[in-house]
Each structure stands twice: as structure tokens, then as C-alpha cells.
Design a protein around this ligand. Structure first.
Ligand SMILES: C[S@@+](CC[C@H](N)C(=O)[O-])C[C@H]1O[C@@H](n2cnc3c(N)ncnc32)[C@H](O)[C@@H]1O
Length: 294
């Protein structure tokens, strides 16, 4: 399939990312969430002819997709299957002690939601896996079908900010064994008592499970520390979050770091046009910080 007909994830806040990173030739950039490679492609274009990208993704299928897309940039881009929490180690292994910019575009890609059959989507019946890396850790299936109800309530409150956590956890436990993602969504829809509003009644529960399965908040904190340690003086950290828990971590990390200067006072959000063209961008929030000697 050629690039023209292949359907890629639509990169969010793409121009804003390039404005923030200010890629230059000779610069080295780490894209911690390579996905389908859209942000990396824009960085490679803007940093031609000699800028380089180290692309990281925990999901091997995402890497394969990005490799295909970025074929023509190959000498300037590396594809690394790793968790981004280890980004500094990844850079060292590549022989780099410092880089000019680090990008984190968190969460799942449209392709993971729509085609990978990993249980991220509640619109189709899929095995409840939810791991970014299919070879690591416990699946969402094991969690929904085995953890005690009180623990499930806590997970839904904490990682989903789900006000009806108790009702939902109780209906999940009563309906065990939960067969697949669609079954789970149905159980939540009936058990929560939510009428359909702006979001599907299962949205917060699915978010909570994904965060727990992938230890997303812990990995994000580790990545922020790691990124700060390898940025050059004047290098930029750009982070795009899709829910308030991760955005809060990024905001507080930048605020409390003696090495980082906040560049945007107000969080950057997609324009009305971008949201109209790509509904999935609507929750995106971008923060930019610049590294300085502390
Ligand atoms: C929103 S998508 C990135 C899309 C990409 N910026 C683009 O333009 O195509 C997020 C990607 O980050 C990956 N990811 C999420 N958490 C990760 C982690 N802790 N370590 C490595 N990759 C991660 C996911 O597998 C997914 O491919």
C-alpha cells in the first residue's frame, strides 16, 4: 500500500509542535511516542538536511507503520522499541549524551483504537488486552475479571476520575466473567445509569484501565525526569496530554523543576478548525519548557 492510500493517525497540534521544538539541521530530537510517525516526519522535514530523530514506541506495530512511512528519511531516523521511561538509556545506547528536543504525544493513536484489536475501543468486541507493549505486564482482562471490588472502585476513582465508580465496579463484578471490550462497555452502560451525553458512559473506565495496565502516570514521571537530564541548554521539552491527570503531572513537573523554564503560560489547545477536522484532538493540551542550567 502506498503512503497516499494508507490511513495514518492524524497528528495533533502538528504546526504548534514544530514551532515549539524549532528543529534545526544538525539537531537531534527524541520522539518518545512515534506512533504512525507524523510528528517525526514534520521534525525531519523541518530539520533537513542533517537533523536526526530517535523514534521510540512501546508498540511494535506502531514502529512498523512508522518505518514504512519514514522510509525516505532512513539515514536520519532510528526506530526503537522501548518504553519512553527509558529514553535517556535509549539515547546513551545510540551514543548520545545530549539532545536538542524531546516530544511526548501521549496516549493511543487512532490506528491503535481502530485497527489493532487490543481492546482499547469499546465499539467493537475485542480481547481486553490494552497493553501498549504486547509482551509486557498484566492485561485489562485479568484486572477486570480478578481484582477485588474495592480495588476496582479505587482504580476507577483515581485513574478515571469516575464519579460513579462504586456503581460501575459493582456491576462489573456481578457480570464476571467479562468477555471482551464490548461486553465491558455494555455492562458499564447499564450499570452506571448514565444517559448518553458528550462522552460514552464507558470512557472513564476504559481510561482508568489503560492507565493502570500501562502504569502510564509513573512512566510519564520517569520520562520527564529522563528528558530533563539529557536536554542541552536551551533544548525544548514538548508534551501533549489528553486527560487532566497527565496534564497535571506535566504542569507540576515543569513548575517544580529548577532546570526547566515554562515557555507557554497558558496551555496550548487545538484550534476550532483542528477540532472540526479531527475530533480526537479536542482534549489535547500542550505544554512547552526550555532546559537551563539549574
Ligand atoms: C498519540 S500516539 C502518537 C502519534 C504520533 N505522534 C503521530 O504523529 O503519529 C501515542 C503513541 O505512544 C505510544 N506510547 C504510549 N505510552 C508509551 C510509553 N510509555 N512508552 C513508549 N511508547 C508509548 C503508543 O503506543 C502510541 O503509538
Amino acid at each position: 500500500m502506498e503512503n497516499e492510500t494508507r490511513k495514518y493517525h492524524q497528528s495533533v497540534l502538528l504546526n504548534e509542535t514544530i514551532d515549539a521544538l524549532m528543529p534545526e539541521s544538525e539537531g537531534i530530537y527524541i520522539d518518545c511516542t512515534l506512533g504512525d510517525g507524523g510528528h517525526s516526519e514534520a521534525i525531519l522535514k523541518a530539520s533537513g538536511p542533517a537533523g536526526r530523530v530517535i523514534g521510540i514506541d512501546a508498540d511494535p506495530e506502531a514502529l512498523a507503520e512508522a518505518e514504512h512511512r519514514l522510509e525516505s528519511y532512513r539515514p536520519r531516523v532510528r526506530f526503537i522499541n522501548s518504553n519512553f521511561s527509558a529514553l535517556a538509556e535509549v539515547a546513551w545506547k545510540e551514543g548520545l549524551s545530549q539532545v536538542n528536543g524531546v516530544l511526548l504525544d501521549l496516549g493511543v493513536s487512532a490506528r491503535q483504537l481502530d485497527t489493532e484489536k487490543r481492546g482499547f475501543s469499546f465499539r467493537r468486541a475485542e480481547f481486553l488486552d490494552m497493553r501498549f507493549s504486547p509482551s509486557n505486564g498484566v492485561t485489562a482482562d485479568e484486572i477486570v475479571n480478578s481484582i477485588p471490588e474495592a480495588e476496582l472502585v479505587d482504580v476507577l476513582f483515581r485513574y478515571g476520575e469516575e464519579p460513579r465508580a462504586r456503581r460501575i465496579a459493582s456491576s462489573i463484578v456481578s457480570a464476571r466473567p467479562i468477555k471482551d471490550s464490548m461486553h465491558l462497555a455494555e455492562v458499564i452502560k447499564l450499570g452506571s445509569g448514565y444517559k448518553f451525553g458528550k462522552i460514552h458512559p464507558a470512557t472513564r473506565t476504559f481510561q482508568a484501565l489503560r492507565i493502570l495496565v500501562n502504569q502510564e502516570l509513573e512512566k510519564l514521571e520517569q520520562a520527564l525526569v529522563s528528558a530533563t537530564s539529557i536536554l542541552i541548554n536551551g533544548g525544548r521539552l514538548v508534551a501533549i496530554a489528553y486527560h487532566s491527570l497527565e496534564d497535571r503531572i506535566i504542569k507540576n513537573f515543569i513548575r517544580s523543576s529548577s532546570n526547566l523554564e515554562r515557555i507557554n503560560k497558558k496551555v496550548i489547545r487545538p484550534s476550532k478548525d483542528e477540532i472540526q477536522n479531527n475530533r480526537r484532538s479536542r482534549s489535547a493540551r500542550m505544554r512547552i519548557a526550555e532546559r537551563h542550567a539549574g
